[in-house]
Design a binder for this molecule. Structure first.
Ligand SMILES: Nc1ncnc2c1ncn2[C@@H]1O[C@H](COP(=O)(O)OP(=O)(O)O)[C@@H](O)[C@H]1O
Ligand SMILES: [Mg+2]
Length: 254
């Protein structure tokens, strides 16, 4: 059986900087895999390479046995992989619900002439999308904020909205870039609970995460990246117990 997500031999150079150096790893279906490592290690670059936002210099990405090499981000989403961004990329002047609708597949540029010549069908399709958006908002605990403008949401609510937006694509593999950064207390607990719930619902998660406590609590598997090299892969306990990795990550004990 082919692996679920199979990344082999990724290399990416930016000018004089080797951002990714022969990175190979697999992600198992149904698990939460945390990608950790210091700032600048190449974590977001790996996400960009998997999701078609950049073309690696060499290397391959396959999902459920199908090659994703050279596909655009839109086509990667159609294969069932969606990602969030470290810097959120929400529309501040739209409502939470409209942000979700805007992220649905085929929304932008969908039959622009059809919208003029078949207004009933278009408005019915849009009503369906708005209803579906409300469902994913409810799934992340934001049903009562559906009509709020993003600019009026708390930072924690905005982080949840980013996850809602990719859930609306129906992707089964979710790549989350620092979903808990900047959060503490109840907001942090809420995102952790959501990630576990998504796993229980059958999603597979690859998560860039800085908070060691979060990694310990949610990860089935940890990938440790340093200066573009995948230094180690193992259980959270194995990674955290490794003094060499602790030295790199914190300059001392974990
Ligand atoms: N588009 C780009 N052009 C030039 N350098 C980049 C680009 N994207 C990332 N880098 C560099 O590659 C390295 C890895 O970046 P990144 O993957 O964002 O790290 P991380 O997410 O682990 O903090 C960093 O040194 C970053 O400055
Ligand atoms: Mg990053």
């Amino acid at each position: 059986m082919s692996p679920y997500l199979d990344v082999t031999g990724l290399n990416k150079r930016f000018g004089g900087l080797q951002a990714l150096s022969d990175c190979s790893f697999k992600v198992a279906q149904g698990r939460i895999t945390c990608l950790v490592g210091p700032n600048g290690a190449g974590k977001t670059t790996i996400f960009n390479a998997i999701t078609g936002f950049l073309t690696p210099d060499t290397g391959h990405v396959a999902f459920r046995g199908a090659s994703l090499d050279g596909l655009s981000p839109q086509r990667v989403v159609r294969h069932g992989i969606a990602r969030t961004f470290q810097n959120l990329r929400l529309f501040a002047d739209l409502t939470a619900r409209d942000n979700v609708v805007a992220g649905m597949p085929g929304h932008f540029g969908e039959e622009p002439l059809g919208a003029i010549f078949r207004p009933f069908r278009t408005s019915r399709a849009l009503a369906g999308k708005r209803a579906a958006a409300l469902e994913v908002l409810a799934n992340v605990g934001l049903a009562d904020r559906a009509d709020a403008l993003v600019r009026n949401l708390s930072y924690g609510e905005q982080k949840l909205l980013c996850i809602a937006r990719i859930l609306a694509t129906s992707a089964e593999l979710l790549l989350l870039d620092e979903p808990t950064s900047g959060l503490s207390g109840a907001a942090l607990t809420e995102v952790m609970a959501l990630l576990r719930r998504l796993q229980a619902e059958g999603k597979t998660l690859l998560v860039v995460e800085h908070n060691t406590r979060v990694v310990q609590q949610i990860a089935d598997e940890v990938l440790f990246l340093h200066q573009g090299h995948l230094m180690a892969q193992g259980s959270p306990a194995e990674i955290i117990a490794d003094p060499k990795l602790a030295e790199i990550y914190f300059g001392g004990a974990l």
